[in-house]
Design a protein around this ligand. Structure first.
Ligand code: 5AD
Ligand code: SF4
Length: 433
């Protein structure tokens, strides 16, 4: 009987990509993926450390799995929580056999085959990223919308963020390596590739070339229909990248540019390297290059020292930009970051009140953006089954989740859809023959 692996992924798209690569590495050893943890020989939990409660999720997941797992299932915990707190989590949960930091995933096959519980549990959490990318096997499986990491880590040191500590310093893969992987994903059925990096637009894998150049090369791959990238750092966006949105048809009209706050004072305390005016100029440039582009962002409310006036400035910024979608969070103190030591922490109740107000505004903008597509025809890449039988779910060029009635045979295809309805979170429509 083939051995099975069950994977549970928390956190960002980079973690989803990493989980896929670890699955691929074990597929080479003969494992197949299962959605049923009770039948798995290996249970892999890929963790996120970005905000508080993220590590709590790991322990509640371990508790749940402990009730149902096979007696001898190997428990592997990977990801940013391991990088930050590896020894601590091994101590807290005797269930864990192997703990693996984000730069050590290539060691998983060897760790699994040589693992011996009697000889002691293992923790591997090294830097840097090169060896990982060099040693992982090529993708073995792909969905229609694939992820591809081109850059990892971060040298920006925003004062609230753990990423520089968990993912290490910035590293870019070479374009040869990236194009090879992209071709392999297309061969395995990918129609869309999302290029990933913690600062994806800082990609510098080849001398003198930037992300815009890389996108233009990837666009030449036959069979690939769509390109996206995330997540971008505002002040490092080049005109070449912006102009790629005008030039490259396969590049989707969607850009995620986290601003975090609409107050220059707060941005400075966050150690973000731009002003609100500079940010708005970038947004404007994207809109000049590609007038229909959908803009999305991340926001943090309740950063230490954020006043009512600072928060009002964030609301005003949102009113001016008009976002198609967004993610917003209450500031969360992360151990080891400068912001966690700042004296002027904001009361939890104030954070909650501000978050609710901001989310209400963002949601109303998202609804307006979605409603504006009703009556239009959009290309939708169908990526998964809908909740209702006979329905499939896909994504519009603007990243809007879109539900249509379609036979399962259409999964993985791009169909033309007339949009008939919109809510704040999704579209629905009919496939046009
Ligand atoms: N508290 C709250 N939100 C955070 N983010 C990152 N670190 C923190 C933190 N300490 C948010 C930022 C970032 C997104 C991925 O997570 O908005 O863009
Ligand atoms: Fe979470 Fe950041 Fe790690 Fe992604 S890189 S899993 S967001 S801590």
């Amino acid at each position: 009987m083939t051995k099975k692996i069950y994977i549970k992924t928390f956190g960002c798209q980079m973690n989803v990509y990493d989980s896929n690569r670890m699955r691929d590495a074990l597929m080479v050893l003969g494992y197949t993926e299962t959605q049923k943890p009770e039948s798995a020989d290996i249970i892999l939990i890929n963790t996120c450390h970005i905000r508080e409660k993220a590590s709590e999720k790991l322990f509640s997941e371990l508790g749940r799995l402990n009730q149902i797992k096979k007696k001898n299932a190997l428990i592997v915990v990977a990801g940013c929580v391991v990088q930050a707190d590896g020894a601590e989590i091994l101590k807290r949960s005797p269930m864990i056999d192997i703990a693996l930091g984000p730069q050590s995933y290539h060691e998983l096959p060897q760790l699994v085959t040589q693992y011996n519980r009697q000889k002691g549990r293992k923790i591997v959490a090294q830097f840097p990223a090169e060896s990982k990318f060099d040693s992982l096997p090529e993708p073995q499986k792909s969905s229609a919308n694939a992820f591809l990491a081109i850059q990892e880590g971060c040298d920006n040191f925003c004062s609230y963020c753990v990423v520089p500590y968990t993912r290490g310093c910035e590293y870019s893969r070479s374009s040869d390596e990236i194009i090879k992987e992209a071709k392999q994903l297309v061969k395995l059925g990918a129609k869309e590739i999302m290029l990933l990096g913690q600062n994806v637009n800082c990609w510098h894998g080849d001398k003198g070339r930037d992300l815009g150049d890389l996108i233009q090369d990837i666009a030449k791959i036959r069979g690939l229909k769509r390109i996206r990238y995330t997540t971008s750092y505002p002040s490092k966006i080049t005109q070449n990248l912006i102009q790629s949105h005008a030039k490259v048809k396969k590049l989707m009209p969607y850009i995620h540019i986290p601003i975090q706050s609409g107050s220059d004072r707060v941005l400075k305390a966050m150690n973000r390297q731009y002003t609100v005016a500079e940010y708005e100029k970038i947004v404007n440039d994207f809109r000049l290059a590609r007038p229909d582009i959908a803009i999305s962002s991340d926001f943090i409310v309740g950063f230490p020292g954020e006043t009512e006036d600072d928060f009002e400035q964030t609301l005003a910024l949102v009113e001016r930009v008009k976002y198609a979608s967004s993610f917003s969070f209450k500031f969360s103190t992360r151990p080891g970051t400068p912001a966690s030591l700042m004296k002027n922490q904001i009361d939890e109740a104030v954070k909650t009140k501000r978050l609710m107000k901001l989310q209400k505004l963002l949601l109303s903008q998202q609804r307006a953006f979605n409603e504006a597509t009703v009556g239009k025809e959009l290309d939708v890449l169908l990526t998964e089954r809908g909740k209702v039988r006979g329905q499939l779910l896909g994504y519009s060029p603007y990243m809007q989740g879109t539900v249509v009635r379609a036979p399962i045979s259409k999964l993985g295809e791009i169909v033309r859809v007339k949009i008939t309805d919109a809510t704040a979170t999704a579209l629905s429509g009919k496939i046009i023959k």
